[in-house]
Design a protein around this ligand. Structure first.
Ligand SMILES: [Zn+2]
Length: 380
């Protein structure tokens, strides 16, 4: 029988789903912990202004106050607008180009940066290596072949901050609308990338922007770079946000969930539903249900219709061709056993056994609360 949380729409397509005696899942509990730490009231925005005043003070005499990662998607576009127009900070926008940007996302990035008069730095991934490591993730049969992209984004933001001596990296994640993605579905760590590359890659990782424990220590511990999640402090309504972006920047809405990258579009709407029975929209919809932005029944109805791709076959062929994966290899990938990070060497067990290390990092604000809870707090 299918298990489903009584409050959100997390269900047994998440292997680690853990329902308590009242039928409430661990992700709802993480949400409540976040809500307790970041309650929305008349003081929340003032709190954010206080933080940005401190950042402004520290940024005096420098060219930039903070780094904002941009993808062309609504969350990061809105974040840049918030940081520049509402908080009056001087951001440096950073984009990681993995070779799969859609034309729409590129034009969104350029429009938003130009209109806001924000300097943009684009880090272009080494294509041959990026192709190799992403192909390796597919060959490994894991549920997160977009992890190399996420690692690349993470690394470029920190590397630029480090180079420019900027102490703050802003992140556009909102627990109220994006939610908490199960680790079984997407997992990110440098050792994981290394292990998959060793087993399925063709060349060394030298030319890939990996993010290892030593990088965390270099950027956070030694150089004191902090991550700030401003969307935790504001009421974040996606429809309103899209309207603001369209009115101010002629921003183009590309529709589907994280469709700003063709690779992510393929992973989310083709590969995951077909191979794993995973519908990543479930994470965001669960979040919207918890924060009261849609009704649970509505979310269930949306999920009853599988993600629609009008260009599914073309997109598949495009991705396979670009990554040099043959039709036959792809058939093998689709039919082999489903795997995830637990089948590979990662930092996970180390930190799970020495949870206090992770707790110290979190207490010192080197890793955001949401990240700490997602990786290590889910033992409900
Ligand atoms: Zn739940």
């Amino acid at each position: 029988m299918e298990k489903i949380c009584n409050r959100c729409v997390s269900n047994s397509s998440i292997n680690s789903l853990n329902l308590d005696i009242n039928g409430i899942c661990q992700f709802c509990k993480i949400h409540d912990e976040m809500e307790a730490e970041y309650p929305l009231n008349e003081n929340s925005f003032k709190e954010l202004l206080k933080i940005s005043d401190r950042i402004k003070e520290e940024g005096k005499g420098k060219k930039f106050d903070c780094v904002v990662g941009v993808s062309g998607g609504k969350d990061s576009s809105y974040l840049l607008y918030l940081v520049k127009e509402k908080l009056k900070l001087r951001p440096l926008a950073v984009h990681y180009d993995n070779g799969f940007d859609s034309d729409t996302s590129v034009s969104n990035i350029l429009r938003v940066c130009e209109k806001l008069d924000v300097e943009l730095e684009t880090k272009v991934a080494d294509w041959e290596k990026f192709k190799d490591i992403t192909r390796a993730f597919f060959l490994a049969g894991v549920s997160d072949p977009d992890t190399p992209t996420d690692v690349g984004i993470f690394k470029s933001m920190y590397e630029v901050a480090y180079k420019e001596k900027i102490k703050y990296v802003f992140n556009g994640h909102s627990f109220r609308t994006e939610g908490i993605e199960p680790l079984d579905w997407t997992y990110m760590d440098g050792l994981y990338v290394k292990d998959i590359n060793k087993k399925f890659g063709k060349s060394s990782l030298d030319k890939f922007d990996n993010f290892e424990l030593k990088d965390l220590i270099k950027y956070n511990f030694i150089n004191g770079i902090q991550t700030i999640l401003p969307l935790n402090y504001i009421e974040y309504n996606q429809e309103k946000v899209i309207k603001i972006l369209q009115e101010n920047f002629d921003w183009i809405n590309y529709g589907g969930h994280h469709h700003e990258s063709l690779l992510t579009k393929f992973v989310v709407s083709y590969y995951l539903p077909k191979k794993f029975g995973i519908d990543r929209r479930r994470t965001g919809l669960s979040a919207l249900v918890r924060s009261g932005q849609i009704k649970r029944e509505e979310a269930i109805e949306i999920l009853n219709v599988p993600p629609i791709l009008n260009d599914g076959v073309e997109l598949k062929n495009y991705i396979l061709d670009k990554l040099d994966i043959s039709e036959e290899d792809f058939r093998l990938i689709m039919s082999q056993k489903n795997k995830n990070f637990k089948n590979f060497t990662t930092y996970y067990n180390f930190f799970k056994n020495f949870k206090f290390f992770a707790k110290i990092f979190y207490k010192l604000k080197f890793i955001p609360k949401i990240l700490y809870l997602r990786y290590f707090g889910g033992d409900y």
